[in-house]
Design a protein. Sequence first.
Length: 156
Amino acid sequence: MTPLPPGSSAPAEFVDSAFRRFGQAAAHAGGARDRYICIGEQRARLSFAGSLMENLMFPALAHLEVAPGEADLVACFFDSESTATPMPPPPWSYQAYTNRGEIDGYNDGRVHVTYQPGVDILNCLDRERGLAVYWAPTWRLIPYWERSFPLRPILN
């Protein structure tokens, strides 16, 4: 895949499509379940599509929980199996995957997209909007190390 031209909107559009899928997943799961955390001086709203992902991912962050309020980052979690909501197909080719899990052409000063092969976890971040999406095809196969430090590619 050739790199996207500077100023291309494709990376931000992909994050938008992932966020729309999260909305569909949350609706299918009975609504979003929000939790708030604070890391340093940064606040984040963690929004889970149903209780399965919340119960799986939040315990590692529970010690950072704070009262609801304004958030610098909104991170949305969903899996396709429990919500019957697929992630949109990736608009990049197989050759776009780097050995660090980043997607060539989908990482710039605004957007950061990573994919972890083998465990099939996708992380998308739009820094400008303070919006992140964490997706896995199924909650059942999220490995223990991922549950112990969720959002690492996004928060890093």
